[in-house]
Design a protein around this ligand. Structure first.
Ligand code: AP5
Length: 197
């Protein structure tokens, strides 16, 4: 496969904005691999691996897992990919992660294609997250440990302090594509596709 087949999309946005939902559909429809660091970490927690045991209290508290762990994880994930056709959901989340990702992508000759930023008002975000927890409980499933109102607010705070600066980081590089994240999932998806051109 040629280098031109590379495609790197990074979904940015606060907790509950719809990154996972929209990234999943885009991956399916565009033939891309979705890399969700939250899913990867939760999988480690549920399997009780050493990493899972280490990060469990961090996820429960709504804090960020140390950069070095995430960067190593992504490095392993990208290693050996012949063409880099990926969507990142939940990574990078700090400037250090963004800079490390740029270096990894440079080594692979696969620059960032675009960064859709899903914009949703704070209170709606909390509603969505709490509702997800409630629905899981109604189905008799285990809800995400961080889907309580208290932890969701903490995740919002962490987003504001540590991840929001990436809006400027990608804006300065011309990659940012702000998208209104309010509306039906189909409406939001349509806006993302239009923003990606
Ligand atoms: P992560 O799993 O990445 O969670 P998050 O960013 O907090 O995001 P969510 O999954 O809650 O929201 P989302 O934007 O994906 O929205 P979703 O599509 O799910 O991270 C969890 C934890 O892992 C972190 O707190 C941290 O501890 C750790 N971690 C992960 N990555 C890390 C990193 N890089 N560095 C350090 N630590 C890291 O939608 C939310 C809900 O809304 C769903 O129920 C959905 O059905 C609903 N919904 C979506 N769209 C709509 C719509 N248009 N209308 C109505 N409802 C909608």
């Amino acid at each position: 496969m040629t280098q031109s087949a590379n495609k790197v999309v990074i979904f940015l946005g606060p907790p509950g904005a719809g990154k996972g939902t929209q990234a999943e559909r885009l991956a399916r429809e565009e033939g891309l691999i979705k890399i969700s660091t939250g899913d990867i970490l939760r999988d480690h927690v549920s399997r009780g691996t050493e990493l899972g045991q280490q990060v469990r209290p961090i996820l429960d508290a709504g804090a960020l897992v140390p950069d070095a762990i995430l960067i190593a994880l992504i490095r392993d994930y990208l290693a050996g990919m012949e063409s880099v056709r990926v969507i990142f959901d939940g990574f990078p989340r700090t400037r250090a992660q963004a800079e490390a990702l740029d270096l990894l992508l440079e080594e692979l000759g696969a620059p960032v294609t675009a960064v859709p930023l899903l914009e949703v008002p704070d209170e709606l975000l909390i509603e969505r997250i709490v509702e997800r927890g409630r629905q899981a409980a109604l189905r008799g499933e285990a809800a995400r440990s961080d889907d309580t109102e208290e932890v969701a607010r903490r995740r919002q705070e962490v987003y504001r302090k540590q991840t929001q600066p990436l809006i400027d980081y990608y804006g300065a590089r011309g990659h940012l594509r702000p998208v209104d994240g309010v509306g039906t999932m189909d409406e939001v998806y349509g806006r993302i596709v239009a923003a990606l051109g």
